[in-house]
Write a protein that binds this ligand. Sequence first.
Ligand SMILES: [Zn+2]
Length: 101
Amino acid sequence: MPIPPGDLAEILGVISQRFGGARLCPVCEKANLSLNDAGFVTVQVVDRPLQFFAGRGYPCVSMVCVNCGNTVLLNLYNLGLSALVERLREPIPATEPPTDG
Ligand SMILES: [Zn+2]
C-alpha cells in the first residue's frame, strides 16, 4: 500500500528540511536519492540472528538511489515523526462486504 499523499508530503517536508534539496547517494555520490513512496519498512531488532517475531521494530522510510540502487533507511522516530507513526498504527478498516439491500 503506497504511503498516503498527506503523510508522504509530511515526510518529504522533514527530509527536505533536514537534508536540503540535494540528497547525495553515499555510494555513487550522485544526487539521485529518491523516497520510495510504495510503503514503509520496519527494521526488526532482535538479540539473536534469525530470531523472528520477537524484539523491537523501528518504522522507517526507504530512499533508493536511482543510479546505483543503494537503499538507505530513515527511522521515522529520529525524523521527529512519531505522531505520524502513531496515527498510522491504527489498523486499516476492513472493507464491508456488499449487501443485497
Ligand atoms: Zn548511488
